[in-house]
Each structure stands twice: as structure tokens, then as C-alpha cells.
Design a protein around this ligand. Structure first.
Ligand SMILES: [Ca+2]
Ligand SMILES: [Ca+2]
Ligand SMILES: [Ca+2]
Ligand SMILES: [Ca+2]
Length: 336
């Protein structure tokens, strides 16, 4: 970062750049910055926002400014330590750790006849496009909008949902392979590769809609994350997840005192006998949507949670031990 807080192009801080034909995203590893996102303006480059440890989002300027503001900015593919060379009409980006290695990865939905892109964070400042080898080929023809990585089967890894719909209502007239209304996609994470399980996951995945916004939350508090989708020219749909047997879970409902009251920006680490998962309280994701602010963890067959550590934006750390599974746990920030 330079003295004015602008991102600098050195790769040493693990800076990330994603630039497409009409939108772009920058992400960098400044310790007090907990997240970054961009807003796509369709025919112009996107606006970049960063979230600091106080939970607030700060406008960092247009993404083109990101590349040029120091007067010496270069094409992102020339930035040292960054392995990104991808032109696409980006729609929506989510930042989550799909392979559980502790480094956040990025999934971006793109235009029709472009793969949705999964950028794997290798942990050395390099992000690699692994879309094809991760098994995401079925996203090539649909035009992806709202998306979210979440653990729909409570086995402890993040799966992917994408809602689709073209932006041109008569696209089929001149591109017969495409359609305005499209089916949604659901991918199951199997050891860091994804399997398209849409056809096995209910009749709803056979319906064609013009999907746009997508939000995830457990609306009926049964431990299975549900999905709500806003469709263009049609009613919204609420998909209740009937769950997969055998998966335990916990939901954390944080209440800040010194920090902001929702605990935005707090990180929560959940440790069971075979796994450690870290997530951040952040309801910002997807397209024109806001997710359940409670944090959900799928725990697989774990019967108890050895340890939960909450790192609050205020700097306070809170540790809970021997916590029961399958509950919605209220966690209040301590006084000190
Ligand atoms: Ca990762
Ligand atoms: Ca899963
Ligand atoms: Ca899985
Ligand atoms: Ca549910």
C-alpha cells in the first residue's frame, strides 16, 4: 500500500488482480483489510470497495484507477507474483476458501460461452485459474449471476450454487445454443474438485428462470442452508434444503459489544477432531443480495467441537471449548 492507502503493484503483499472486459477486482493482503469486493457496471469497469477491521466498507475508486492511480500502474498480468491472464465479462465474485488450506480463493461468474472462473490461492501470492481442472465445465454456456459457496450437505467443505439467466431476451434467435431463461447449477465439492449434482438435487434444477440475485441462509433453523433467488420477470423462489443425512453442524450468532453489534469482520475458527475451519462474519456476497449474517459450519460426523475461537474486530479473542454440535449458538463479545 502507498502512503495514501492505495494498493501498490508489488506482489510481495500477495496482491491479487482480476480484470475482465467490463469489470475488475483487486484484492490485497493488508492485515487490517478483511475483504474486498467490486460492483460491476456492465459496460464500464467496476468500483472497488474494501472492508476494514471496523466492519465498514470503503470506496477505493474505480478499478481502472486501481491499476493507474500511482502513475506507474501496469497491466495486471505484468504485476510480479500474480498469475492472472483472463478476459471475461465478469458478473459476481465471492471470496471463500474452497479447499480449506487457510488461504481465501475467488469464484467469479461470467458471461455465456465463458467458464465461471475459480482462482485458487496457492498461498505464495499467486492465484491460479483452476476452473477446468476443478470440474466446472458445465458453467460454459449459461450466463451466471448470483452465486455462493456454502456447505449444502454439511460435510465440512464448501459447495457452489450458481443462478443463471441471459441478459438478451431473444438471444435464441441468433444463438440457438443459448436461451434467455436458464437452469441453475449446483456443484458438490469432493476433495477440492467439483461435481455437477444439479440433475440429482430436485425438480427445481430442471426449471428455467432468469436468475439474478441469490442469498443463502437457514430460514427454518434446521441446520441445512437454504437458498432464495430473485428472478427477472418472475416470482422469487425459496428453496428449502432437505439436507443430507449424517452431517452435523453448528450456527454461530455473534453479538458484538465493543465491536459492531453484528460482529461484522470477526473471524471464527471451529476445530473438531479431524478438521479446522475458519470463516469470517460477512453478509456481503453474490449479486444485489445479502446473506444470513449468522455463520454456518458443516461438521460431518464430528460429535463434538473441541474448540471455537472468535477473533473480534476490536482485537479481543474469545475461546469456547467442548461445544455441542447441531445448535444455534449465541456468542456475545466479552467486556475484555
Ligand atoms: Ca484456499
Ligand atoms: Ca459440502
Ligand atoms: Ca464434499
Ligand atoms: Ca434450513
Amino acid at each position: 500500500m502507498d502512503q495514501e492507502g492505495n494498493p501498490t503493484p508489488e506482489g510481495t503483499e500477495g496482491n491479487l488482480w482480476v480484470k475482465g472486459a467490463s469489470a475488475a477486482l483487486c484484492y490485497w493482503n493488508k492485515p487490517e483489510v478483511t475483504a474486498a469486493t467490486f460492483v460491476d457496471d456492465w459496460v464500464r469497469t467496476g468500483d472497488l470497495y474494501r472492508q476494514d477491521a471496523d466492519g465498514y466498507w470503503y470506496h477505493m475508486g474505480r478499478s481502472d484507477d486501481c491499476f493507474k492511480s500511482s502513475g506507474q500502474w501496469v497491466s495486471p498480468v505484468e504485476v510480479e507474483g500474480v498469475l492472472l491472464k483472463h478476459d471475461a465479462v465478469n458478473r459476481v465474485a465471492v471470496v471463500q476458501d474452497f479447499d480449506g488450506n487457510g488461504f481465501p480463493d475467488i469464484f467469479v461468474t461470467n458471461f455465456s460461452e465463458e467458464l465461471n472462473t475459480l482462482y485458487q490461492n496457492r498461498g505464495d501470492g499467486i492465484f491460479e485459474d483452476v476452473s477446468e481442472k476443478a470440474g466446472l465445465g458445465s458453467g460454459y454456456l449459461p450466463l451466471g449471476f448470483g452465486t455462493k459457496m456454502f456447505d449444502f450437505d454439511n460435510d465440512g467443505d464448501l459447495d457452489i450454487y450458481v443462478t443463471n439467466g441471459h441478459v438478451i431476451d431473444n438471444i435464441k434467435l441468433y444463438q440457438p445454443a443459448l436461451s434467455y431463461a436458464q437452469k441453475d447449477l449446483l456443484y458438490e465439492n469432493i476433495g477440492g474438485r467439483f461435481r455437477d449434482v444439479s440433475s440429482q438435487s430436485g425438480a427445481v434444477f430442471q426449471a428455467e428462470r432468469v436468475g439474478r440475485g441469490l442469498a443463502v441462509g437457514d430460514f427454518d433453523n434446521d441446520g441445512n442452508l437454504d437458498v432464495v433467488i430473485a428472478n427477472l420477470g418472475g416470482p422469487p423462489v425459496l428453496l428449502r434444503n432437505q439436507g443430507v443425512s449424517g452431517g452435523n453442524w453448528i450456527v454461530i450468532r455473534a453479538k458484538g459489544r465493543k465491536s459492531n453489534s453484528f460482529g461484522l469482520g470477526a473471524t471464527v475458527e471451529v476445530e473438531t477432531s479431524d478438521k479446522k475451519q475458519v470463516k469470517e462474519i460477512n453478509n456481503v456476497a453474490s449479486y444485489l443480495s445479502s446473506n444470513d449474517i449468522r455463520l454456518h459450519f458443516g461438521l460431518g460426523k464430528a460429535k463434538t467441537i473441541q474448540r471455537i475461537e472468535v477473533r473480534w474486530p476490536s482485537g479481543l479473542r474469545q475461546v469456547l471449548t467442548d461445544v455441542a454440535v447441531n445448535q444455534i449458538l449465541a456468542v456475545e463479545e466479552p467486556e475484555k
